[in-house]
Design a protein. Structure first.
Length: 335
């Protein structure tokens, strides 16, 4: 080969293996049998493959050309009733189109989520992530191998189904202002939750447009009833006239602790949740909340995913989609 000439020989598995310092068989397993290679080694292999220009097509054909009629839905916490409603929507839509569903519970762990999805690559047609804790880069990489839909989160380059959180929270804040509430605490969700950030920014933007109310944020240990109970003990050091929680579970926990400490809801503090889970209307006082049709979100997500599975060439030429599901504020007894 002369000086200045570029090699036209395709990059091989052996080239990638040399760059990473592993055996060619390890590189092959990283692509064709995810889960048999550690996450750290897999990431090094994928990075080297991209840098060298290695084409994965032949290796991935075993898992991408075949249809299994099985999709995976990965939830951050299987005990959270919000995710249960979304999963029901996924199951209903999948059944109607002749597909089965496997459920993955990541237990709020990005590591578990990443590892289990890699192990599932060769057995499912696509993934739906509900409240994913995986990194943006990890989700984009996966979307380059299999069809992927995220629910309650937007990732550049990945199709998503999200609620119109800003509309519902705007209604909630307007309701509180009309009731004479001038200070509001947002009880935040997990730091890694994209939706928690969206909800906080929506409240902040709405408050900045109205000088009648101020808002500040308070971190919750967990997005659970226990998290809401613990959040109250922080809130009482800097009380406000109203609270809007990241979800209904936090709001219910907060109310429970507040009433145990002698506060009257909503006289002393108004409390508003988010999601409208089934028992939010059954607690006393009934919880005011932002209603999201989680079943519909799951249904839309699985239909989008299966369209991608069944028409891969068509969807490969289109930019990622985003379906935004309307929400509404439900005024009840708590605020």
């Amino acid at each position: 080969m002369g000086v200045g000439e570029e090699s036209t020989a395709p990059v091989t598995i052996s080239d990638v293996a040399r760059a990473v310092g592993v055996a060619p068989s390890t590189v092959s397993r990283a692509f064709s049998r995810p889960g048999r290679v550690s996450v750290k080694t897999s990431e090094r292999i994928f990075q080297a493959a991209r840098q060298l220009g290695y084409r994965q097509d032949a290796v991935l054909r075993v898992s991408t050309d075949r249809t299994y009629h099985l999709v995976a839905v990965c939830v951050a916490d299987a005990m959270n009733p919000v995710f249960g409603a979304t999963v029901k929507g996924v199951f209903a839509g999948a059944r109607k189109r002749g597909y089965m569903v496997v459920l993955i519970d990541s237990n709020e762990s990005s590591e578990i989520e990443s590892e289990t999805t890699k192990r599932s690559l060769t057995t499912v047609d696509g993934f739906i992530f509900v409240g994913s804790r995986m990194s943006d880069a990890g989700l984009r990489h996966l979307a380059g191998i299999k069809p992927v839909i995220t629910v309650n989160r937007k990732v550049p380059g990945v199709s998503a189904v999200t609620p119109a959180s800003d509309e519902g929270l705007g209604e909630a804040l307007t309701h509180l202002i009309g009731d004479g509430r001038s200070t509001v605490t947002y009880l935040a969700g997990p730091m890694v939750s994209w939706q928690s950030g969206v909800r906080w920014r929506s409240l902040l933007d709405r408050a900045r447009r109205d000088d009648k109310v101020t808002v500040h944020q308070l971190a919750c240990p967990t997005p659970t009833i226990r998290g809401g109970i613990e959040a109250f003990d922080k809130w009482k050091t800097r009380p406000t006239s109203a609270v809007i929680a990241y979800n209904d579970l936090i709001a219910i926990g907060f109310m429970r602790r507040a009433m145990a400490c002698g506060l009257r809801i909503p006289d002393d503090v108004a409390v508003i949740g988010f999601d409208d889970i089934p028992f939010s209307a059954l607690v006393s006082p009934a919880l005011s909340t932002v209603r999201v049709n989680q079943f519909q979100m799951g249904l839309v997500a699985v239909n989008r995913l299966l369209d991608m599975v069944e028409k891969p060439s068509h969807y490969g030429r289109r930019p990622p989609s985003e379906d935004i599901i309307p929400v509404s504020f439900m005024a009840r007894e708590s605020g």
